[in-house]
Design a protein around this ligand. Structure first.
Ligand code: SF4
Length: 489
């Protein structure tokens, strides 16, 4: 039987300079795993499809087929449907599967860094899919290289596999995993696949990134977000606890605790504001409902008279619905999104770069002309897109334009897996509110307060502790800013 091609490339990769650049923060990664299912690879494909919003640079699926202790992979650059076809997937069926969609936060955007990352050791293979960012990977890597380790990629995730293999004595996965994760600092929700088909899910002690456990017709499944379970019709069981490690094998499921499991829970609050899909539920809280609650609170904090409330679709949709409901001001979809603009939209020339923004959204002039408008956005990172869109509304004869943002100003970089990595990229760190209001061409600008964000997110719930470092600079896990973002790239 023909074996699948390994590491298939796709020409439409996001490293191509003619593709539309986006100033939106990039999602970090999505992971998926299914334990011993006759259609594990095909179901993993659909799981990745549901998680595509978490990474669009590359994707991969690795499968243990019970053949010679090997793991078979199919990876490529681009979107999930560009990389896989059903014939490829059928050829690697059998056993357990893990999958990954990636946007690089450390490491270059090249095929070598596409995950799952597969290593071979003593005639046995292991594959890893990682979501997050290890803040001490450079230190571990240096130590390991001094001891003779040779690294194949620039990814932070690779250090975990080195540590795991180093500590793997007589196939004792549990002890090797515990020793390996005890060295890691930072954010990780990871899934490891062994050549025997065991699947091991791991969440860091702070629980920065989501990772949910479910069951599909009796087969355990893990996914970054519950929307993947909905698509494959799996039953949601629970979110992994911070610092929880689950080992899924022929003996069933075993849950063990990370050696540092007592760390303070710090779930990334930006998952709710922006990253996760609105149909996902994280830690018992539905993302759509959470965004609406942020919008409601924003309306309470920043009332202004206007004729309509509108989002820039799709980012502000749900907060805008909440804002309109709370304020009593009508909600309108006064900008229409072109759903057929893909990654392959080419900017004709530099002088025509406005097209890159305009092609995606077009205002409904009849709704705009002569109206006072409240635009609800979920975040402002660099501000250039918002500025262009506000200008377009003014040109159509809008009256007053107010912007309301459903999170506090981003003033600090993220070191736990999100791509706004320097203060220079964050316009709210560069300009005070009045200057920013003028720069964006607005009549008024208001951000949700940190207190409002936490209260609307249910922070009175003792279980709900969030990372909010990009808003207030209080980082839950210490790091060296000189190395954390540079070490692997
Ligand atoms: S710094 Fe911001 S984006 Fe990064 S993990 Fe914390 S809340 Fe999320």
């Amino acid at each position: 039987m023909k074996e699948p091609e390994m590491n298939t490339t796709h020409p439409n990769c996001s490293t191509c300079p003619v593709f539309t650049p986006s100033e939106r923060p990039k999602d970090e990664c999505g992971v998926f795993g299914l334990y011993k299912h006759p259609e594990a690879a095909q179901i993993t494909y659909f799981g990745l499809y549901a998680l595509q919003h978490r990474g669009q640079e590359s994707a991969g699926i690795s499968v243990n087929r019970g053949i010679n202790d090997k793991i078979f992979s199919h990876k490529g650059m681009g979107l999930v449907p560009e990389i896989f076809n059903m014939d490829d997937l059928k050829r690697i069926e059998g056993g357990s599967a893990i999958g990954h969609v990636r946007y690089s936060t450390t490491g270059d955007s090249v095929l070598a860094n596409a995950q799952p990352f597969v290593v071979n050791h003593r005639h046995r293979s292991y594959a890893l899919a990682h979501n997050g960012n290890l803040v001490n990977a450079h230190i571990i890597r240096e130590e390991l290289e001094e001891q003779g380790s040779i690294f194949q990629t620039t990814m932070d995730s690779e250090v975990f596999l080195h540590l795991f293999i180093k500590n793997l004595i007589k196939g004792d996965y549990e002890s090797a995993i515990l020793k390996a994760v005890s060295k890691l600092e930072g954010a990780y929700s990871m899934i490891l696949l062994t050549c025997k088909g065991e699947i091991i899910g791991m969440k860091d002690p702070n629980g920065f990134r989501p990772l949910a456990l479910g069951k599909l017709n009796g087969h355990y499944v893990l996914a970054s977000e519950t929307c993947a379970f909905d698509l494959i019709q799996a039953e949601f069981i629970r979110e992994l606890a911070p610092g929880e490690i689950v080992i899924i094998s022929e003996d069933g499921i075993k849950s063990i605790k990370h050696p540092n499991a007592a760390a303070k829970k710090s779930l990334c609050i930006f998952e709710y504001i922006y990253f996760a899909r609105p149909d996902s539920t994280i830690d018992g809280k539905n993302v759509y409902e959470m965004r609406k609650a942020h919008g409601r609170r924003l309306a309470q904090e920043s009332h202004v008279d206007a004729d309509l409330v509108m989002p820039f679709p799709d980012s502000g949709n749900y907060a805008a619905i909440g804002y309109a409901a709370e304020s009593g001001i009508p909600f309108e979809m006064a900008m229409i999104r072109n759903h057929y603009v893909g990654r392959s939209f080419i900017q004709p020339t530099q002088s025509m770069r406005d097209f890159a923004v305009r092609v995606k959204l077009n205002p409904v002039r009849e709704l705009i002309k002569g109206k006072d408008i409240i635009i609800v956005e979920d975040s402002i990172i660099r501000g250039t897109t918002a500025k262009t869109r506000v200008k377009a509304l003014k040109e159509l004869g809008a009256g007053k334009i107010h912007m309301r943002v459903s999170c506090p100003p981003h003033k600090f970089p993220c070191y736990y897996g999100i791509d706004f990595s320097s203060k220079g990229e964050l316009i709210a760190a560069q300009k005070p509110l009045d200057e920013l209001t003028e720069y964006l061409g607005l009549d008024s600008l208001h951000y949700l307060s940190i207190e409002g964000m936490l209260e609307a997110s249910g922070v009175n719930d003792p279980e709900a502790n969030f990372c909010k470092a990009c808003f207030d600079g209080t980082y839950p896990v210490p790091f060296d800013p000189n190395f954390t973002k540079q070490c692997m790239g």
